[in-house]
Write a protein that binds this ligand. Structure first.
Ligand SMILES: [Ca+2]
Ligand SMILES: [Ca+2]
Ligand SMILES: [Ca+2]
Length: 406
């Protein structure tokens, strides 16, 4: 390792130590700690918060919907009846863009997703959700139209000139990746917030948008409720096959936690040189067969400071308006870790997302994950994230949906 490498890595490590401050200032990581979540909510509901909201892959955190939105579908049900995978039929494959024919036998839940967020507007659109259950797993298929495929989360933007000059780089801090969140209430730990409950009020009951003498801002029930949170977003999920696996906890935590804080596979890739920035890594080699325009596989990465005259995303010399992901990604060292229970990938084609989830029915961690049992019912909600700070999203506030297990 050269002295330059040591220096650069040191800078990066220093940066990561100060990550909280950086993220508050420049961009929002889609993987958010509870503290970051509070930062989000503070900024989101501040008059001065515009594009620096820390990331919260959250379901409804405001009950305010855009009054101008026009639903384009009529919701006829709040029930999602999961289909038992027929004997002899292959299970859905989250690694395949094909919508398997078995999905046509699963009844869709059709929901109008409306804009949710403070001063956030956007047209409503229909979302369909289906579920299939095998002897081992539960599968979800989420489909919706989206005019733009957004794969970057506040990426680095090269403005031309010498790419080794940090001041030639900025961060596109109003750019966010697309995503889908699902959240499930643990039937054995149903929370309450004042008079609000998840069955009656949906995930709105989890949202604490102002700090009071009693509560910090955040997403939690005020009693000991548990809410299993799955967040697929393109920048991470389509480079790894995993959704974030979290838990929104009430008493005594009153916060959202990752199922394992130490198992993250989606890492900061921005060196803050103040002034200016540099990428830490760029794509290299086969890039683990990931698209070099969007993903940086750590297994085959190149270190930018070592000298990378050709942008691997374009196969040309660095040029103004080149974009580099603000995150690099690896596959997990231990796929059995509780943070990697939720497999998910999304497929974008012809102006629409098809997003597939897969999880074991039983993870064995009832303190972190909803355990799905045959014949039972589970209340849930969802959110669609479309190139917006995650506090601003689309969903159905003020009501919950019911998953019926076969
Ligand atoms: Ca989009
Ligand atoms: Ca888990
Ligand atoms: Ca979980």
């Amino acid at each position: 390792m050269t002295e330059g490498n040591i220096c650069r890595i040191f800078v990066r490590n220093t940066f990561q130590t100060g990550e909280e401050q950086h993220r508050k200032t420049y961009r929002s990581p889609p993987v958010f700690s509870p503290n970051q979540y509070f930062v989000v909510m503070i900024k989101l509901f501040s008059l001065f918060a515009v594009a620096i909201i820390a990331s919260v892959a959250m379901i409804s955190c405001s009950t305010k919907s855009n009054p101008t939105t026009t639903p384009t579908t009529t919701d006829t049900s709040t029930i999602l009846t999961a289909l038992a995978l027929p004997n002899g039929t292959a299970a859905p494959d989250y690694n395949s863009s094909t919508i398997e024919s078995v999905w046509s036998s699963a009844a869709p839940l059709a929901v109008t997703a409306s804009a949710i967020g403070d001063n956030f507007s956007g047209s409503s659109f229909p979302v369909t959700i289906k579920s299939i259950v095998s002897s081992q797993n539960i599968y979800f298929l989420v489909q919706y139209n989206d005019a733009t495929e957004n794969n970057f989360q506040q990426p680095l933007h090269f403005n031309g000139g010498d790419p080794k000059t940090s001041t030639n780089w900025t961060i596109d801090n109003t750019t966010y990746d697309d995503g889908v969140s699902l959240i499930f209430e643990d039937p054995a730990n149903q929370g309450k917030s004042g008079t609000k409950t998840f069955p009656a009020d949906g995930c709105t009951m989890l949202c604490h948008t102002t700090t009071t003498s009693q509560w910090d801002k955040g997403m939690f029930s005020e009693t000991n409720g548990r809410y299993d949170l799955w967040y697929w977003h393109t920048g991470k999920g389509n480079g790894s096959g995993y959704a974030d696996d979290k838990i929104a906890l009430g008493d005594p935590d009153f916060k959202i936690r990752k199922d394992d804080d130490n198992a993250e596979i989606y890492h900061n890739n921005v060196i803050d040189d103040n002034p200016g920035f540099q990428p830490y890594l760029v794509a290299g080699g086969t890039n683990r067969n990931l698209d070099k325009r969007y993903f940086i596989a750590e297994e085959t990465k190149q270190t930018f400071a070592d000298g990378v005259p050709i942008n691997p995303a374009t196969n040309k010399a660095w040029a103004a308006n080149d974009i580099v992901s603000a995150y690099s990604i690896s596959l997990p060292q231990d796929p059995t870790n509780d943070y990697f229970d939720v497999h998910a990938k999304g497929y974008y084609s012809s102006g629409a997302w098809v997003v597939k989830f897969q999880r074991k029915l039983y993870t064995g961690a009832s303190n972190l994950d909803t355990q799905f049992s045959s014949g039972n019912e589970y209340l849930f909600s969802f959110a669609i994230h479309n190139n917006n700070a995650p506090g601003n999203h689309y969903g159905a506030a003020n009501k919950s949906f019911k998953l019926k297990m076969p």
